[in-house]
Design a protein around this ligand. Structure first.
Ligand SMILES: Nc1ncnc2c1ncn2[C@@H]1O[C@H](COP(=O)(O)OP(=O)(O)OP(=O)(O)O)[C@@H](O)[C@H]1O
Length: 451
């Protein structure tokens, strides 16, 4: 058992983790209403159909486990089990439940005619789990791989072509959803994973050699001498998810797959607020709480930028609405009325009423600030300094900083021009004027070929 200084986390229920809590779900969410306690080797589903082999990830409301489906014989077959917290495992609160059945029905009806359906993660099964923390919805999905574009910078012969093709498929997925009157509601690169291949048929041992053995973070009770705790609401350890950086890229397909329909809604019944993270929130969502096709298309623009360049379009240190609006205006120029003069209260403190002759917003005290900053500030070359347009933002090209080694590629001027044009059409201020996903598929950027 660790000393107090080793204790990385203390939950209200007296439980502690031996190691730091990074990349793990919150320990305090193991309580009635929260997560179902799962341990490696557990059997879940009818007649213990699914055996837990590894952990795939966690979100705000669920843990996702890699399991072997024991009904698949003689060759092994693996699935992802997404187990929701009890508090969200009720029909009224669970958009995912409503949406995925609808998506499956549409996809079955037109699988040959719609490619977009192939880039959406559709459920294989659904069952309930009764446990110490209540009843949990459990969705069975195909196993997918890492977050979109991870590793593509180095792992393919022509990364530029592959990344544009990944973007095209993501737009196809959104066109499929929008074509059926549905909005994703939480479109970000985190919710786009790569498909994988070659894992089915491997024995569990071979699978773990390929993906890496699961690493555990032991849980114990602060008042007990024993290494084990006796709180039935929590497992004996948390499991770190698969590290896809360490997995051979031959198992990872370049096809993307859109996941997480927990914020999805029909366009005719938009919610009053969406849980989409700050960098992907459209101005009308921030200023008017208006969600719809438009907010999805804005998020699509930010997502395509990130897939193609490896960088966030609006990457701010402070996660605050005003900070994002400021970043948006700096790049896209003055907003339309009434947002500029009335709705965005903070605007007057940051920008002059009038824009310059090209529509660029003029920062209050602009010149003084530049004087203070001076000219000799050193920043990483992936940062588009003082970017006042989408072309400026694209100038540093492709940078993947999360790979073990930085990976950089130039993006040609012609490609940047075409891409900036498409992004500009997705990031138009008026949501109803944004290019639809269906029309975006016809854009010249997707036909661009390096000469
Ligand atoms: N089918 C899958 N295959 C592999 N990994 C998956 C799969 N589905 C989800 N994951 C992993 O689990 C994580 C959490 O999944 P998901 O986003 O669906 O959960 P959530 O609780 O609904 O998240 P959020 O807090 O964004 O609403 C994902 O980010 C991803 O890493």
């Amino acid at each position: 058992m660790g000393s107090d200084s080793d204790d990385a986390e203390m939950a209200d229920n007296g439980l502690r983790l031996k190691l730091a809590p990074f990349k793990l779900e919150h320990l305090q969410d193991y309580e009635p209403g929260g997560h179902h306690p799962v341990q490696l080797g557990d059997t879940l589903g009818d007649d213990g159909r699914y055996i837990v082999v590894h952990k795939l990830g966690h979100g705000g409301f669920a843990n996702v486990w890699l399991c072997r489906d024991t009904r698949a014989q003689p060759l092994a077959r693996y699935v992802a089990l997404k187990i929701l917290m009890t508090d969200v495992s009720v029909e009224e609160k669970c958009s995912e439940l409503r949406v995925i059945h609808q998506l499956k029905a549409w996809s079955d009806a037109e699988s040959a005619s719609s490619k977009g359906a192939g880039y959406i993660c559709l459920p294989l099964d659904k069952f309930d789990i009764d446990g110490p923390n209540g009843t949990h919805y459990c969705f069975v999905y195909p196993v997918l791989g890492p977050k979109v574009s991870l590793g593509l910078c180095r792992g393919s012969e022509d990364p530029d072509l592959v990344l544009r093709s990944v973007c095209f498929k993501v737009v196809e997925a959104i066109a499929f959803l929008h074509g059926h009157g549905m909005c994703h509601g939480d479109l970000t690169p985190i919710n786009i994973l790569h498909r994988i291949s070659g894992l089915d048929g491997l024995s569990e041992d071979a699978l773990l050699k390929t993906l890496g053995e699961p690493r555990r973070n032991k849980i114990y009770h602060r008042d007990s001498e024993s290494d084990n705790h006796d709180n039935p609401s929590a497992p004996q350890y948390l499991v770190y998810p698969i590290d896809w950086h360490a997995v051979d890229s031959k198992y990872i397909s370049s096809d993307p797959c859109v996941i997480d329909f927990g914020e999805s809604f029909t366009a005719s019944q938009p919610p009053e607020q969406l849980g989409i993270p700050g960098p992907y929130r459209s101005p009308e969502l921030i200023l008017e709480h208006k969600a719809g096709y438009g907010s999805d298309l804005w998020a699509l623009g930010c997502t395509l930028f990130e897939i193609r360049t490896g960088r966030r379009l609006f990457d701010m240190f402070d996660d605050e609405d005003d900070v994002y609006l400021d970043a948006i205006v700096e790049v896209l120029g003055k907003m339309p009325e009434p947002w500029w003069s009335t709705t965005w209260a903070e605007r007057k403190r940051l920008y002059e009423d009038q824009a310059d002759e090209s529509g660029k917003a003029i920062a209050v005290g602009d010149e003084e600030q530049h004087d203070v900053m001076g000219v000799n500030v050193t920043v990483h070359p992936s940062v588009a300094q003082v970017a006042r347009s989408l072309m400026d933002k694209l100038a540093p090209g492709l940078w993947h900083l999360s790979d073990e080694r930085d990976c950089h590629r130039e993006v040609s001027y012609r490609e940047r021009e075409l891409f900036a044009d498409l992004l500009g059409k997705l990031l138009t201020y008026a949501p109803e004027e944004r290019i639809s996903a269906e029309d975006a598929l016809q854009h010249d950027w997707f036909k661009y070929e390096e000469r």
